[in-house]
Design a protein around this ligand. Structure first.
Ligand code: HAM
Length: 416
């Protein structure tokens, strides 16, 4: 678990800003659920056979003897809240988003932390394949807005209770003869959740998986139609996707569509999925509600930041440069600067400063580092005369204007 220092906060802020601006457009509403929930909610929702429940939950016992779990993901808690607050009675679908920390007991390594942050979307109460495609599109748009260029979306369908049991049997039969060639985890998975063997990272298991029957060839009519629909919508919006017949996802609740989004570079593949999700048409009922179809996904913020940093993008470049730096020299100038800053705040022009510094050289160095377009210079002489110098940092040109006119003047220049 990590501290998030002031420098990194700015990456988080910028990413949340981009996410929130985008999902406001798509009509999502924010929901916050407690970080602690009954352990049983995740055991049931996330699923007893998942790595998350078997190995990764931080569970504590309260004085009253209850078992509470630090949320390892958002989805079951959101469905609990959806049911507890009678949201099924509201116009459907409910489009909900959440952000915040989630906790998993992992072996810490690149892209895997024990406390990390997700940006999570759920659309509850709609089974149309267009929604699956739209969820993928929204996450893709967020990453594109964050300047990710080489993205690849992997999709698959893992069927539903109609077709998956038969496919599982086929798979177990296939692997039965290969038992000794599988890793210990996959041998266990054969009993509990044979599909997970398909995305096992062990080389020896992958070798066997390549010959295994593929679920795509064994979907029931309904799942087949749904998946075809999703792919047609993805084609329509021209998203770069590829079918991955071995993508099964590590959570028990998925039905039909599953997807992951990666950066298609060496670092990106090492990092793992930036976004992952899928449809979960049986979870609401499992948690105690009526039959309600739903789909969603989550983006790992730390992984996104790690890849942005990997490209050598500094915080300054990422969040953008403030357009103005206000430099001052002498006591009167300092006083006037304090007032002038408020005038810029009033017209919403971000203006950097270092009022506590007296050396002009140090202030100009800072302006340089920030990469501002204009530096305003208010020296002793200017302060007495009621003027100020505007220096264009790109051309080096300087111009003196009246102090009371500088805000209007800068508004004009920045607009241009
Ligand atoms: P997930 O695949 O477990 O799905 O996690 C989603 C994303 O969280 C991953 O793609 C990754 O970016 C990030 N992530 C996962 N584990 C870690 C970790 N240990 N350290 C850093 N980042 C990590 C879910 O959580 C589902 N609830 C998504 C969903 C919502 N499905 C439907 N609705």
């Amino acid at each position: 678990m990590h501290d998030i220092l002031p420098e990194d906060q700015r990456y988080f802020q910028k990413i949340y800003n981009v996410c929130e601006t985008l999902i406001n457009f798509y009509g999502f509403k924010r929901i916050d659920t407690p970080i602690l929930e009954d352990a049983a909610l995740y055991e049931k929702g996330t699923g007893l056979t998942t790595d998350i429940v078997q190995k990764q939950m931080f569970t504590l016992r309260t004085r009253g003897g209850d078992y509470l779990t630090l949320r390892p993901e958002f989805t079951p808690a959101i469905i609990r809240a959806y049911l507890e607050h009678g949201m099924q009675a509201l116009p459907q679908p409910m489009k909900l988003y959440s952000t915040g920390p989630v906790f998993r007991y992992e072996h810490p390594q690149v892209g895997r932390y024990r406390q990390f942050h997700q940006f999570n979307l759920e659309v509850i109460g709609d089974g149309d394949p267009v929604i699956d495609a739209q969820i993928i599109q929204i996450f893709y748009n967020i990453l594109t807005e964050l300047k990710f260029k080489k993205l690849i979306i992997e999709v698959n369908s893992i069927g539903d209770s109609q077709c998956r049991p038969y496919y599982k049997k086929l798979l177990v039969n296939y692997f039965r003869s290969k038992d000794s060639a599988l890793c210990a985890d996959c041998r266990r998975r054969m009993k509990e959740n044979p599909l997970r063997a398909l995305d096992c990272k062990e080389e020896k298991c992958q070798r066997e998986v390549r010959q295994a029957p593929q679920i795509i060839d064994h979907l029931c009519e309904e799942c087949h139609r749904h998946f075809k629909g999703v792919l047609e919508f993805l084609d329509e919006i021209e998203l770069p996707y590829r079918l991955n017949p071995y993508l099964v996802r590590g959570l028990d609740y998925y039905t039909k569509t599953v997807f992951e989004i990666f950066e298609d570079t060496e670092e990106g593949r090492k990092m793992g999925s930036l976004v992952a999700g899928g449809r979960y048409d049986a979870l609401v009922k499992l948690i105690g509600g009526e039959d309600t179809k739903a789909v969603g996904g989550a983006m790992g913020i730390e992984r996104v930041i790690a890849l942005i940093k990997d490209k050598g993008v500094s915080v300054q470049k990422f969040i953008g440069h403030p357009p103005i730096f206000l430099a001052q020299l002498g006591n009167i100038a300092k006083r006037k600067s304090l007032k002038l800053l408020e005038d810029f705040r009033g017209v919403k022009i971000q203006t950097a400063e270092s009022l506590g510094r007296d050396s002009l050289k140090a202030q100009l160095n800072m302006a340089d580092k920030l990469g501002v377009k204009y530096t305003l210079l208010l020296g002793q002489k200017e302060a007495l005369e009621g003027t100020i110098i505007i220096r264009n940092m790109e051309t080096g040109q300087q111009e003196t204007v009246k102090l009371e006119k500088v805000v209007r003047e800068m508004q004009k220049r920045i607009k241009k």
